[in-house]
Design a protein around this ligand. Sequence first.
Ligand code: DGJ
Length: 756
Amino acid sequence: MSIIVNGSGTLFTLKTLHSVYQMKVDDRGFLRHLYYGNEIGEEDMSFMHVDYDRSFSPNPNCAFPVRGYSLDVIPQEYTSCGLSDYRVSSFGVINGDGSSAAEFHFVSYEIRKGKYQIPAQPAVFDEGGESETLAITLEDPVTGLQIELLYGVFEAKDVITRAVRIINHTKEPIFLTKAGSMSIDFAYGTFDLIGFHGRHTLERVAERTPIEHNVKVIRSRRGQSSHQHNPFVILCGRDATEDFGECYGFMLVYSGNFRAEAEMDQFGSTRLTLGIEPENFRWKLEPEEVFDTPEVILSYSSRGLAQLSRNYHRIIRQNIIRSKYRYARRPVLLNSWEGSYFDFDEKSLLKLAEGARDLGADLFVLDDGWFGVRNDDNSSLGDWFVNEDKIKGGLPALVAKVNDLGLKFGIWVEPEMVNEDSDLFREHPDWALQIPGRGPVRGRNQLVLNMSKPEVRDHIFNMISKVLKESNIEYVKWDVNRNVADLYNEQLSPDRQGEVAHRHILGVYELLERFVTAFPDILFEGCSGGGGRFDAAMMYYYPQIWCSDDTDAIPRLAIQHGTSFGYPISTIGAHVSASPNHQTGRITPINTRAVVAMNGTFGYELDPAKLTEEEKTQVREQIRFFKEHYELIQNGSYYRLTGIGESYFEAWEQASEDQGEALLSIVITDTQPNAQLIHVKLKGLDPAARYSMEVHADVDERILAIPDYPGTSQLKEFLDQEGRSYQGAALMSGGVTIPWIMGNYPALQLYFKKAE
Ligand code: DGJ
């Protein structure tokens, strides 16, 4: 049983394989958070908490005459508001009488088989009855406002999900001003907060900072989860490393404005809240109406960050992704964007596709520029019909020709946007988000369609469905190339305008749901100028998301490293592009670009005709290698072996769950003379087994020929040796040593296979 309740129905213990989460109703009816962490047997953890009369921390009315009881101090499971808890709050309300207080007292609980549902929102799903739900109802005794705290316990997966259902049982309309999905109080311990910040072309860089006596806020107000911050944060002990120490993950399954707040209070306790960003959020609830918050996925690891990441990788792969490509093999693609940008016609596209076929790709993707009169990024978004000036005979003919080459065909769309220079905008200017009396905000010269309007969604669905039905399209890249502004919907009353941002993203979900239902065989890839909407909610619709518009393998190391903390490799869209790189001008070997792109979904985004014959041979071998090790690379247990910038190389590893094989990848980022040798300890192997080792590297012959290269013989021997095998324990405790390699950003892969 994963949910245990004591005889008096006041102590709730949620158990997963390696964690325990506990809360208790106290004498005054408040739900206290007692504990989240490692196994504790059957203990009631109340003994850890002691109440004191704390000056300047007032006492709630129901505590009178006790002075040693204050909401400002006790660890709570979800906060009340406006009544003397001065720490960050998870909830805010304006009641019918204009007051902004709510004091939530325990009413009842219920245990349900399976996972609770959140209507019309993406959430973790239960497969085969693997979870249980605990629903705890709290109520404000003065107004009657109710909240239901929902917990989904996935015991075997070490995951607990949380969401809140707010029910206006009061007699008047109320306004929610903050509707957090969760809060949690850690009475003891000092923590670091790991967040994932960035910008366009540098997303999800891990940043670890101590939580001190202030409030740290990580948030997006951009209408999407954003390039700048990700709705995933980790609290970890100050001493936690990849393989050691306590770590807690909190991942919001939401793609809109969000806020995570971490506060260390005056007595050293730490509170974390996570949910919809409250700024500009004001949701009117009529009597008996309900508001469902998005969900948070919580996980705990007592064994460091790597285990925490693997918990998230598994739950996303198995319980968020629904596409038929969840487990099915995904095609290796060649995308036209960096190969031809807007400059193409039918002939040049077919040439690209032929090149893709000759290299061994499975899918050709036609990116931006095929519709309306779009020859640059100033027009035509919204006009989802083919530009016959560029593609004679239309898409069906082109798709058929690409299929005849033996390739699947995929297409790019950006359905949530419109250009003013488009038929759609000329016909329906009121479909774009705009505030009356103000000129629109433009981004990439485009406006955002108001997805909170059903007629807009219907139109987009019909128009794009037509394109998808007319031809044999087997993949769709769904892009979003600006942030949301101008929040307004004239169909809503003035007092409901604070609902538009959330209604907009609910509209996006509704539209995506229609597409994935109507086209279950299409592989959808999400995108927002790279990784501007890289979140678990989007993975409910798309099994993979283009990770970044920076395709330079070297900065990609930091991007993909940060992304890997929360998201599995199989979700991380990554391509080999041309050199010099189009974003940075950096020149890297094609082998290195492939090693890095293989730490993701793997594909190409270049003009094959511009590759040398030698490079083409290498690409064919890369694709063959990737396909041979597909399962291991995409679904193996993931290990970050270095931190970004800690050394002059980066290393990571995938090991199969059955410990039968492993792939170690190493990229040298800063070649040095007379360098310290690269030494890496493997992880996730069977200590008692022997493993053969194959080296895959591409060391430039010209470098080996440098007369005074002091490492030539050692390196040659390392590269050429065959029939090597080592004990798993030796590889993990001793490690492998890579002879000194020179050159520009060399990379290598070592493949280990358990002896039969
Ligand atoms: C942004 C995407 O991230 C790119 O890959 C490309 O599709 C462009 N948009 C096209 O406009």
